[in-house]
Design a protein around this ligand. Structure first.
Ligand SMILES: NC(=O)c1ccc[n+]([C@@H]2O[C@H](COP(=O)([O-])OP(=O)(O)OC[C@H]3O[C@@H](n4cnc5c(N)ncnc54)[C@H](OP(=O)(O)O)[C@@H]3O)[C@@H](O)[C@H]2O)c1
Length: 327
């Protein structure tokens, strides 16, 4: 059956202005890093993307190498875009990135103009798009002059292949320099995509200040610490979890951390929220983060996570208790 979007899709989601730009992003965006590769069910991907859009999620985040194999998340997203979401293209903010390893040889990794321009051409083909809304450099490249990487981003915008550009995983100093170069080129940096959560607060040591000063939006990835900051691991590691599939994720689910999540979960309950909702609301608490970029393996998680917007306010006392637990 062909998909028709929910008419009420804009009635509950919160939209935040992205830095100094005129673009608004949903407080909760959906990333396709996991669960959109060749090894996953297309029906489930389709159901998740439809439900997300029906709930007001207008922003979908990809990268050239999401899969596995690399490129397959963009291909699967392109399929679903074509079958279901094509009529809504002007209501969508679609991002992709290049910066990590993508193809063999010296031109398929890092930050050269050669890599960034050719990778975006490939991404557009895989998704069946004429342009992306946001194109990111995925990580800082110490060997390529920042001027070259930023002029590649500027070129791509001037060619009409991306509307806006962003940086991901750049440190505070690198971001400041890159933002200044982009400003001079006439293509301001729209957004930065760093990791950020209750258990990963590195952006509070300088990067967030730079982003605020420069008028750059912040979209926080890993707000749920890949599932740790949900009720999923409170009583062991369930079979249908990312940690059961991935030993690196599993190594992050320690007794120590789970004990803290149990305490945080008590605060969530008092607020009438789930643990995941508390973690997402916390990332958004100061009004500095434009959007929390979540992942999900099933529709019910998207529904639960989107319902976070029903309670984004924290009292000073709640924030102090959370700080005590996180110490
Ligand atoms: N720029 C970068 O370098 C970078 C790096 C990583 C990610 N990202 C972006 O960030 C996005 C999110 O990353 P992520 O998926 O790792 O982050 P996350 O939101 O911290 O974790 C998502 C995972 O948590 C579990 N989960 C989500 N909601 C839940 C709920 N309500 N209850 C129980 N479990 C829940 C699911 O795991 P199960 O599979 O166990 O159900 C889900 O796959 C990516 O898709 C990508 O777009 C960017």
């Amino acid at each position: 059956m062909s998909y028709i979007a929910n008419e009420q899709r804009y009635s509950n989601m919160v939209y935040n202005k992205c830095g100094n730009s005129g673009l608004k992003l949903p407080a909760i965006s959906l990333g396709l890093w996991q669960n959109y590769g060749e090894n996953k069910s297309l029906d489930n991907m389709r159901a998740m993307l439809q439900r997300a859009f029906d709930l007001g999620i207008t922003h979908f985040d990809l990268a050239n190498n999401y899969g596995p194999p690399y490129g397959s998340a963009e291909e699967n997203f392109g399929r679903i875009l074509n079958s279901d979401l094509k009529a809504y293209r002007d209501e969508l903010i679609i991002s992709t990135k290049a910066g990590f390893d993508m193809w063999p040889g010296p031109y398929g990794d890092w930050g050269s103009k050669k890599y960034l321009v050719s990778s975006l051409d490939q991404s557009l083909k895989r998704m069946g798009l004429e342009y992306v809304d946001i194109y990111y450099h995925h990580r800082f490249d110490p060997e390529t002059p920042l001027e070259e990487t930023m002029s590649a981003l500027d070129l791509i915008v001037k060619q009409g292949k991306a509307l806006y550009v962003g940086l991901s995983n750049y440190g505070a100093e690198e971001t400041k320099k890159a933002a200044q170069i982009l400003k001079k080129l006439g293509t301001p940096c729209l957004i930065h995509q760093p990791s950020y959560s209750m258990v990963n607060r590195w952006i509070e040591d300088g990067l967030q200040d730079v982003l605020t000063e420069e008028g750059i939006g912040t979209i926080a990835f890993w707000p749920l610490a890949m599932g740790l900051l949900t009720d999923k691991y409170l009583n062991g590691i369930p079979e249908d979890s990312r940690a059961a599939d991935n030993s690196w994720v599993k190594s992050g689910i320690t007794e120590d951390k789970v004990a803290k999540v149990k305490l945080l979960n008590e605060i969530a309950k008092e607020r009438g929220q789930s643990m995941a909702q508390l973690a997402i609301a916390w990332v958004l608490r100061r009004g500095l983060v434009t959007s929390a970029l979540i992942g999900a393996s099933r529709v019910s998680q998207i529904e639960e996570n989107v319902a976070t917007v029903n309670n984004l306010h924290f009292s000073d006392e709640e924030l102090a208790r959370i700080e005590d637990i996180l110490k």
